[in-house]
Design a protein around this ligand. Structure first.
Ligand SMILES: Nc1nc2c(ncn2[C@@H]2O[C@H](COP(=O)(O)OP(=O)(O)OP(=O)(O)O)[C@@H](O)[C@H]2O)c(=O)[nH]1
Ligand SMILES: [Mg+2]
Length: 413
């Protein structure tokens, strides 16, 4: 996919403190690197109860990393955690190579994939907020220990002006983002006013959310075998059962230890999820880590304040797992189309709790009101009677009060 000449060679480093599964996390770091354009040429995991505040891993281990990197002709060291500014600089000094951490790596991927103005601003904001407290100047004690060497960081005055510059940039990005958020809010309110039920696809990155969206709506959202292919929410129309107009939203994928600033920066994007009537949590039936990935997804949803929204779990890629039916969710395959009918049925069933299936009679002089209902979508049938326009429709609960006065008995045709 990418030209191989420009790919960097990375030595991956992790400390196993027992906080998370190091192998699972390392495997994920390999694919994060791959997505960011680097090949993992070695993996070093250190067992340690306590992290070294100066060098993250032990200094002896850091020397070992340097040797490995030299031997394998590596260009970069990638550490599977968030580092402090000091740890990064010290590791760079020991290894003589640029050192980036998991958060910087993820932010880099987001920066590459950001397409819209809003997405770009969100990522830049998260990057600056992450970088700000990590800027180091020549004034700090450690950098002086190395005598003349400690000149890697900018000088004190430069540092201060850098900080000021970053702060003011952060401020202006936030203001821009606020304005965009307000605009998005308006669109969303229109949608709410129109009473169109919204369904959001969420889940770990690369589980196949966009592929499902494409399969269900016949659209062509970018779906790729790489992490974070989708950054901006995409909305498509879908019809399910009685509901001819449902909106399906595809969102950014989650990843474990998602940089916190990123969740914050993407909050407005993820608002699409917060205002959904139904959340479809997508898991990957072919990935042995589906359990921990579901945990991460649920944590992020909770952080977004979505715990109250009705949700269902589907296991996608069931074509790759013969035992998918035993998994705790609906088995589907965006690739083969397996399970799509069952999925649509389930969506319709769950949405029916947020819509009212009704029979309405509009007197002749108020038949115009039916037009506003028509705009909102879901008229199932209509006919003129002696008393006026008789309509069978599904109306979202939020706008139901506006039509309740026209309620009529179900009449035989
Ligand atoms: N075998 C198989 N592969 C699938 C299926 N659904 C998706 N894939 C593949 O999985 C990869 C990821 O699919 P996407 O739809 O981009 O996943 P996503 O969840 O939108 O990923 P992000 O946007 O990166 O979070 C692609 O290579 C798809 O072709 C499926 O049902 N079966
Ligand atoms: Mg996607």
């Amino acid at each position: 996919m990418e030209d191989t000449q420009n790919r960097q060679r990375a030595v991956l480093v992790a400390a196993d403190t027992g906080e998370w599964d190091p192998d699972e996390s390392m495997a994920e770091l390999v694919s994060l690197c791959d997505t960011a354009g680097a090949d993992a040429v070695a993996e070093v995991i250190q067992q340690s109860d306590k992290l070294n505040p100066a060098t993250y891993i032990g200094s002896g281990k850091a020397m070992e990393v340097k040797d490995i990197a030299e031997r394998l002709n590596a260009d970069i060291i990638v550490v599977d955690d968030s580092l402090t500014g000091i740890q990064t600089r010290n590791l760079e000094e020991i290894t003589g190579l640029p050192v980036i951490d998991r958060t910087v790596l993820i932010l880099d991927i987001f920066a590459r994939n950001a397409k819209t103005a809003e997405g770009k601003i969100q990522v830049e904001l998260a990057q600056l907020e992450y970088r700000l407290p990590r800027l180091l100047g020549a004034g700090s004690g450690l950098s002086q220990q190395g005598g003349g060497i400690g000149t890697r960081g900018p000088g004190e005055t430069k540092l201060e002006s850098d900080r000021r510059h970053i702060r003011s940039r952060i401020q202006s990005l936030k203001e821009k983002l606020n304005k965009m958020e307000q605009r998005r809010e308006v669109t969303r309110r229109f949608r709410k006013r129109d009473g169109i039920p919204t369904v959001a696809l969420v889940g770990y990155t690369n589980v196949g959310k966009s592929s499902l969206m494409n399969r269900l709506t016949g659209s062509d959202v970018l779906a790729e075998d790489r992490l974070f292919a989708t950054l901006d929410p995409t909305v498509r129309r879908l019809s399910v059962g009685n509901l001819q107009h449902v909106l399906l939203v595809d969102t950014v994928g989650f990843v474990s230890r998602l940089p916190h600033g990123l969740v914050k920066a993407f909050k407005s994007t993820l608002d699409e999820v917060r205002f959904a009537d139904l959340i479809i949590i997508v898991a990957d039936a072919s990935d042995p880590s589906w359990g921990s990935q579901l945990d991460v997804t649920k944590e992020v949803l909770e952080e977004l304040g979505c715990s109250e929204i009705p949700c269902m779990t589907v296991f996608n890629k069931c074509d790759l797992n013969d035992a998918a039916k035993a998994l705790p969710g609906l088995p589907v395959s965006a690739k083969t189309g397996y399970g799509m009918d069952a999925l649509l049925e389930k969506i319709s069933e769950m949405l029916s709790e947020s819509v009212v299936h009704c029979f309405l009679l509009f007197p002749f002089q108020e038949a115009g009101r039916a037009a506003s209902l028509r705009n909102r979508g879901n008229i199932l049938s209509e006919r003129w009677t002696e008393e006026g326009l008789y309509v069978e429709a599904t109306v979202e609960r939020t706008i139901w009060p506006r039509f309740i006065q026209y309620s009529a008995e179900k009449s035989s045709p």
